[in-house]
Structure formats: structure tokens, C-alpha cells
Design a protein around this ligand. Structure first.
Ligand code: FAD
Length: 389
């Protein structure tokens, strides 16, 4: 197998776009296949941290992402009256729970799409139904799509997100449900909404979050423990939760972009097979509880293309895995007891959490706590990559 030629990237979100960008810039002829009928612009807050900051810099897109910033200035835990319990700390580099490059997923996707080389083609509203890897037609991979088309390529990048069908056709992965559901949506902004991420914990393992955006609306999230994985009626689940819960519940009834995620880590023993490689959430979903999924997706696209530019594909895939695995493993390893701490079920648990927040954000411990959010930092430099286009 060669390290250039035709590349088919399945999935047109952060991972797929990053791969398309870097593969095209290193000489690949790239087509992005996206199941949705049009480019997806939805989604709530994601952040660009650690190695992904450098990838964005190398794309020349840091200023564009900064211009699309959500305007959030910090994170506060609030009580049922909206009063601040504690403000989460920044670390020495100014990064805390709110990152410096805090952006909506759709805005980040648009910025990357607008920077793609003209040679990148999109094919919307279609999806892979079969993959043939026998190479009998001269190309290592031949895929058949739902619309009946046949596409041949030297490389297939599967970047279809956590519930990837193509991955499930070709790979066996472990799914680790975390027993937490998150519901994200956009609601009307009201005058008392400010520029902070306000985070409210209620008994019964329920959280309510409100965050500013740069579009004149407010981004809300409900996050709750959910051991059986069946998404409950949200009004029942949040009955009596207090603070601004009713407003969020009303808002979600009219919001057009509610995104519900039963948090599930994906653990795959390998990310490649023949000429097929997994990327982003399809390969290693870390979930919003681990954090940094978009940063990993952005970084992974770069590392994959850089690895392919330096050696034959078999070695490149191994090098890509070797570079990315430690980062992913670190984020997927949750501190013991974190779920019980973050989602207290009882009044006593909630009171203990408040005390702990005060201790954890006190002067001596604060930089350490803030560093926990630096999940996408790598211990090694990014591999070198010479762009050819
Ligand atoms: C519309 C949308 C909204 C999101 N909102 C949030 C949010 O509010 N908060 C949060 O933390 N994370 C959100 N995410 C997830 C977040 O983008 C990812 O966790 C992270 O950025 C890693 O991205 P990814 O490209 O690996 O996967 P994803 O962002 O999940 O992208 C996968 C892409 O592949 C496409 N796809 C899926 N199956 C197929 C198929 N069979 N063939 C072709 N294409 C396929 C999907 O339509 C999607 O565009 C959202 C994702 C999407 C697509």
C-alpha cells in the first residue's frame, strides 16, 4: 500500500475535517462522505487545548477560532439561588474549566471547512454499507454506499463519531457506558445571563449548566446519572431540581438542536486494519466527562497525515497509534469516585461536594485542580509535517 493516492474520509465533523485538511495538504486526493444531507453546523461548547492549539496554529486558524469565541470568561458553581459557591480556578497559563479557545462545535467545523484546499470534495447524504478490502480491482479499498455508488481508494479514514457503523462492520470495540446522560440545547438569552459558565448541582445526581455564546443565545446542558441508559422524560427526571431548571426544560421543548448523549467510551484494541483507519470518537471516544474530544479529533487528523507523509502506511498507522494512545488512555482513565463526587445523590453528598470544592479551589490546590482540565496535553512534540500544497 502506498502513502498517497485517493483517500475517502467518512464523517465530516472535527476529526474528518482535520484529516481532510492535512491529507489534502500532503498530496492526497480527498473525498469526504457525510451521512447528513448537508454540512452539520450544530453543537454546543467544545474547546481547543494542548497539542490541538498547535495544530490549529499550523493551520493558521487560531485567530479565526478566537474570533468565533463563545465570550465565556470563567466557570462558577452556583447554588439554588444562583449565588456563587465557588469560582473554578485558572492555572498558570490562564486555562481553567473555561479554555482560552472556547468555541461552538459548529463554528469550529465551519472555520476548518472554509480553510480546506479546493481539491477536497464532499458527498452528502450518503453512507458506507459495505467495505471490500481484497484489492482485486487494483485499489486497496472499495466501498459500496447506501445510494448504490462504488468508491475506490487507497485509504479509508473512518471518522463517523462514537456510534460509527463502518467501524462496527470492520472492528470489534469495547463500549464503556459511564451511566451519565447529557442533553445539550440552545435557549433564548435573558438579561441576567452573564459571561460565565454557571454550573448548578442538584440532589439526585442532576446538573444544570448555562453558558454564553457569541450568537445572542444561551447554551444549556442537563447532565444526570442514568445507570440503565434509557433516556427518561426530562421533566420527570428534573422535577423539583430548582434554580433555572424550568427555564431550560421549557427552552428545550422549543430548541431545534437538542443533542442527547449517553456517555460511552470507545476502547478499540487497534485503530487500523489493512487500508482502513479509525479516527476521532469512532476510534477512542473519551466523552465530554473526560473532556477534550474535539482537541483529540483535531490533533488526530494531523498526526495521521504526518505519519502517512513520512513512511509506508503500515508503519504510519503504527506511528499514529503510538503517538495518540497515551493521550487517549490518560483521558479515558477517570479518577476513582469522580462520578459520585460530581453527581451527588443526597443532600449530605451535595454538602460534602461544596466543602470539597472550597478545598480544591483554595490557593495551594487550585493550580493542580486546573491542570486536570489540561487533558489534551501531550508529553511529546507533534510529528513534523511538510505540506506540499
Ligand atoms: C451535530 C453535532 C453536535 C454535537 N454537539 C456536541 C455538544 O454539544 N457537546 C459535545 O461535547 N459534543 C458534541 N458533539 C460531539 C463532538 O463533536 C465530538 O465528540 C468531537 O468533536 C469528536 O468529533 P468526531 O469528528 O470524532 O465525531 P462527531 O463530531 O460525532 O462527528 C461524526 C460525523 O460523522 C457523521 N457520520 C456518522 N455516521 C456516519 C456514516 N455512517 N457515514 C458518514 N458519516 C457519518 C456524523 O453526521 C458527523 O458529522 C456533536 C457532534 C455533532 C455531529
Amino acid at each position: 500500500m502506498t502513502s498517497s493516492g485517493r483517500a475517502l474520509v467518512s464523517g465530516g465533523s472535527i476529526a474528518g475535517l482535520s484529516a481532510a485538511y492535512w491529507l489534502a495538504r500532503t498530496g492526497w486526493d480527498v473525498t469526504v462522505l457525510e451521512r447528513s444531507p448537508a454540512f452539520r453546523t450544530g453543537g454546543q461548547n467544545v474547546d481547543v487545548r494542548g497539542a490541538a492549539r498547535e495544530v490549529l496554529d499550523r493551520m493558521g486558524l487560531t485567530d479565526d477560532v478566537r474570533a468565533a469565541n463563545t465570550t465565556e470568561t470563567g466557570t462558577v458553581i452556583v447554588d439554588e439561588h444562583g449565588a456563587t459557591v465557588v469560582r473554578l480556578p485558572d492555572d498558570d497559563s490562564g486555562e481553567g474549566a473555561t479554555a482560552e479557545l472556547e468555541v461552538l462545535r459548529g463554528d469550529l467545523a465551519e472555520v476548518i471547512r472554509n480553510a480546506l484546499p479546493d481539491s477536497v470534495r464532499f458527498r452528502f447524504g450518503d453512507a458506507i454499507v459495505a467495505v471490500d478490502e481484497d484489492g482485486s480491482d487494483g485499489r486497496p479499498v472499495t466501498v459500496r454506499t447506501r445510494s448504490g455508488a462504488t468508491v475506490q481508494a487507497e485509504l479509508l479514514v473512518v471518522a463517523e463519531g462514537v456510534r460509527s457503523d463502518t467501524r462496527d462492520l470492520l472492528f470489534t470495540v469495547e463500549r464503556r457506558r459511564l451511566g451519565i446522560t447529557m442533553e445539550f440545547g440552545t435557549i433564548p438569552r435573558i438579561p441576567s445571563d452573564d459571561d460565565t459558565w454557571r454550573w448548578y448541582n442538584a440532589v439526585g445526581g442532576r446538573q444544570v449548566h448555562l453558558r454564553p455564546d457569541a450568537h445572542g443565545t444561551t447554551r444549556a446542558m442537563l447532565a444526570y446519572t442514568n445507570d440503565d441508559g434509557v433516556v427518561p422524560d426530562r421533566r420527570d427526571r428534573y422535577a423539583g431540581a430548582g434554580w433555572q431548571t424550568e427555564r431550560v426544560l421549557d427552552g428545550f421543548e422549543h430548541s431545534e438542536d437538542v443533542y442527547v448523549d449517553d456517555l460511552t467510551q470507545i476502547v478499540a484494541p487497534t485503530w487500523h486494519r489493512g487500508s482502513v483507519v479509525l479516527l476521532g470518537d469512532a476510534a477512542w471516544c473519551v466523552t465530554p466527562m473526560g473532556g477534550g474530544g474535539s482537541s483529540l479529533a483535531l490533533t488526530g487528523g494531523y498526526v495521521l497525515a504526518a505519519s502517512l507523509a513520512a513512511q509506508d502506511a503500515d508503519r504510519a498507522f503504527a506511528a499514529y497509534e503510538e503517538w495518540m494512545r497515551p493521550l487517549v488512555d490518560r483521558i479515558q482513565t477517570m479518577p476513582p469516585g469522580i462520578k459520585r463526587f460530581a453527581y451527588p445523590q443526597t443532600r449530605a453528598g451535595l454538602a460534602a461536594q461544596r466543602v470539597a470544592h472550597h478545598v480544591l479551589t483554595s490557593r495551594p490546590v487550585a493550580p493542580l485542580m486546573a491542570r486536570l482540565t489540561h487533558t489534551a496535553d501531550a508529553d511529546q512534540p507533534l510529528p513534523a509535517l511538510d505540506v506540499t500544497r
